[in-house]
Design a protein around this ligand. Structure first.
Ligand code: NDP
Length: 509
C-alpha cells in the first residue's frame, strides 16, 4: 500500500474529461476534486459535462443498444470477469486513489475495491444463471420465458463507496444487455474515471458505457428527463432520490415506455444493547459501526439503544473506546478516523453538532483542532439522553455523531429502533436466545446483524438494501438485483401445424 500511494502521488492533478462512444470529449469547463485529508491538494481536474454532452451520451448509448442487447450473455459476463481480474491486479493502486480522493483509510479503501471485484464476479455469474430461458413445453406447444434488457440506463452514484456502488450499478446494467451512462459524484470523479479505464482496458465496446463527470444539478435533469432513457439507477440522498423518482414517473413527449427508477437512500440505523450483552463485543461493534469512515456510510450506526441496567457502564466504556480512536489523514496507516468528504459536509456536521447540544447531553466531544488547517476533519461526538423524537435521533447526519437512547425494556427498545422513517440496517448485542429470536422477528430493517457490527455487508453473502425511506429496489449483491434491469418476455409457439406451409406456387393457385 505504501508503494501504491507513492506511485499514485505524482499522478495527482491530471485532467479527466467525459468519455462518450469510446472517445474523450473535451469540456468547456472543469472542476477540481480535492483531497479531503489535505485540502490544498488537487487530486484531479474533472470535465464538467454540458447538457448537450449529456444528450450526446444518451444518443450514443441508444445507438449502441441493439447490438449489445443481442450479444451473447456469456460474452457480456466475460467482460465482467476480466474487469474483476484487472481490478485484482490493480487492487492497491485503485485503493490508493480512494485514500487520496475520498479520504478513505487504507483498509476501507481496500474493502471498496474488493467489493467492486465481487460485484463483477457475482453479477457475471448471475447473468449466466438468468441467461437460460425457462421452458414449459407440452405436446404441440412450446413456451419460453426469458429476459431482455430495457435500453439506456442512467447510473447516478454517491462518493462514499466511490468505486463499488458505481461499479455495481453499472455492471448490473451492462451485463444484462443495457447500455449505461455513468455519472459519478463530483467528489469521487477521478475514481469513476479509473473504473472507466478498467472497462476500456477489457475492451467493452465504446457505446456500451459512457463516463459523464459533471454537476448533478446541471446535467441530472437532462439525463433523467430524456425520453430515450429506460431506467435510472440511483444511490444517494433521500432528497435527490425522491426527486428522481418523481421525475421518472413523468411521461415526456416522444416517450413510449414507463421509466423505471431504483433509489437506494439513507438510514438512521440503530444498535440495541441488551442487558446480558457481551460488553467487549458490543462496545467494539458500536464504535466500528458508528465511526468507521467517519460515519459516512448509509449503513452506519447513528443511534445506540441501551437497556436501562447497562446504560451507565456502556456509556463510560463507549466514551473511552472512542477516545482511543486516532484522528489522522487517511494515508496514515494508524488512521481510524480520517476527514469528512468536503467543506460543505464539514460545515453541515459541525452545525448539526452545535444544534444537537440542545437535544442531548454531550458526553464525548473529540478534538480535531490540530488538523483544522490541513483538511476537513470532524472528531467523533456522542450525545446521551436523546429523546427518540429529537431530530438527532430521526435525521440522517452522515458524520461521526452518535445518539445514545435509553430503553426501559426490550419492548421499548424495539419501539424506538423501529420508530424512524428509515429501514436500512440494524443490530442487536445480546446473549439471550429468546431476545435474539424476538428481535429477528420484530426489528424491521433491510439488513439486521446480531452480535457484530452493522456495516460491511458482503456481496452475495449479505445482499444489501433497505425499505421505507431507505429506498426502492431489490438488494444490491443479491439474487433479485439483476431482474430489475430486464424485461421478462414469454413466447408461445403452436407446433401442431395444420396443412402445408404455403410456398410461392401455392399462393399463386
Ligand atoms: P447526493 O444525493 O447528494 O448525490 C448522489 C448523486 O446524485 C451524485 O452523483 C450527485 O451529483 C447526484 N445528484 C445531485 N443532484 C442531482 C439532481 N438534481 N439530479 C440528478 N443527480 C443529482 O448523495 P451523496 O453523494 O452526498 O451521498 C450520500 C447519501 O447517499 C447518503 O444519504 C447515504 O445514506 C446515501 N447512500 C445510500 C446507500 C444505500 O445503499 N442505501 C449507499 C451509500 C450512500 P453531484 O455529486 O454532482 O451533486
Amino acid at each position: 500500500m505504501d508503494n501504491a500511494l507513492a506511485q499514485v502521488m505524482p499522478q495527482l492533478g491530471r485532467t479527466y474529461p467525459p468519455i462518450v462512444n469510446g472517445q474523450t470529449a473535451p469540456t468547456a469547463a472543469t472542476f477540481d476534486s480535492l483531497n479531503p485529508s489535505h485540502r490544498q491538494q488537487i487530486v484531479g481536474r474533472c470535465g464538467r459535462a454540458s447538457v448537450e454532452q449529456a444528450r450526446e451520451a444518451i444518443a450514443a448509448a441508444k445507438t449502441a443498444f441493439p447490438a449489445w442487447r443481442d450479444t451473447d450473455p456469456a460474452k457480456r459476463a466475460d467482460y465482467l470477469f476480466r474487469a474483476a481480474q484487472l481490478m485484482r491486479r490493480r487492487r492497491f493502486e485503485l485503493a490508493a486513489w480512494q485514500v487520496y480522493e475520498c479520504g478513505k483509510p487504507r483498509r476501507e479503501a481496500d474493502a471498496d475495491v474488493a467489493e467492486s471485484i465481487d460485484y463483477c464476479e457475482f453479477y457475471g455469474r448471475e447473468m449466466l444463471r438468468l441467461a437460460t430461458p425457462r421452458r414449459r413445453d407440452v405436446p404441440g406447444e412450446e413456451n419460453s420465458y426469458f429476459y431482455e434488457p430495457r435500453g439506456v440506463v442512467v447510473v447516478i452514484a454517491p462518493w462514499n463507496f466511490p468505486m463499488a456502488i458505481l461499479c455495481g450499478m453499472t455492471t448490473a446494467a451492462v451485463v444484462t444487455g443495457n447500455t449505461a451512462i455513468m455519472k459519478p459524484a463530483e467528489q469521487s470523479t477521478v475514481i469513476g474515471a479509473k473504473l472507466m479505464e478498467v472497462f476500456q482496458e477489457v475492451g467493452l465496446p465504446g457505446g456500451v458505457v459512457a463516463f459523464l463527470p459533471g454537476i448533478g444539478e446541471e446535467i441530472g435533469p437532462a439525463l433523467i428527463e430524456h425520453s430515450d432513457v429506460a431506467m435510472i439507477a440511483f444511490t444517494g440522498s433521500r432528497g435527490v432520490g425522491l426527486h428522481i423518482n418523481r421525475e421518472a414517473a413523468e411521461v415526456r413527449p416522444g416517450q413510449q415506455h414507463i421509466k423505471r427508477a431504483l433509489a437506494e437512500l439513507g438510514g438512521k440505523n440503530a444498535i440495541i444493547v441488551d442487558e446480558d450483552a457481551d460488553m467487549d463485543e458490543a462496545v467494539q461493534g458500536v464504535v466500528a459501526s458508528a465511526f468507521g469512515y467517519v460515519g459516512q456510510k448509509c449503513s452506519a450506526c447513528s443511534r445506540v439503544i441501551l437497556l436501562e441496567s447497562v446504560h451507565d457502564t456502556f456509556v463510560a466504556r463507549l466514551v473511552e473506546a472512542t477516545r482511543s480512536l486516532k484522528l489522522a489523514p487517511a494515508e496514515d496507516p494508524g488512521c481510524s478516523v480520517g476527514p469528512v468528504i468536503d467543506a460543505d459536509a464539514h460545515q453541515r456536521i459541525l452545525a448539526t453538532i452545535e444544534k444537537s447540544k440542545g437535544e442531548g447531553r454531550l458526553v464525548y466531544a473529540g478534538d480535531a483542532d490540530s488538523l483544522k488547517d490541513e483538511g476537513y476533519y470532524v472528531a467523533p461526538h456522542i450525545f446521551a439522553d436523546v429523546s427518540p423524537s429529537a431530530s438527532l435521533a430521526q435525521e440522517e447526519i452522515f458524520g461521526p455523531v452518535l445518539a445514545v437512547l435509553r430503553a426501559r425494556d426490550l419492548d421499548h427498545a424495539l419501539e424506538i429502533a423501529n420508530g424512524t422513517s428509515y429501514a436500512l440496517t440494524g443490530g442487536l448485542f445480546s446473549r439471550s436466545p429468546e431476545h435474539i429470536a424476538r428481535v429477528k422477528r420484530e426489528f424491521r430493517v433491510g439488513n439486521l446483524y446480531i452480535n457484530r457490527k452493522i456495516t460491511g455487508a458482503l456481496v452475495d453473502r449479505q445482499p444489501f438494501g433497505g425499505f421505507k425511506m431507505s429506498g426502492i429496489g431489490s438488494k444490491a449483491g443479491g439474487p433479485d438485483y439483476l431482474l430489475q434491469f430486464v424485461l421478462p418476455r414469454t413466447i408461445t409457439e403452436n407446433t401442431l401445424r395444420r396443412g402445408f406451409a404455403p410456398d410461392v406456387g401455392a399462393t399463386e393457385l
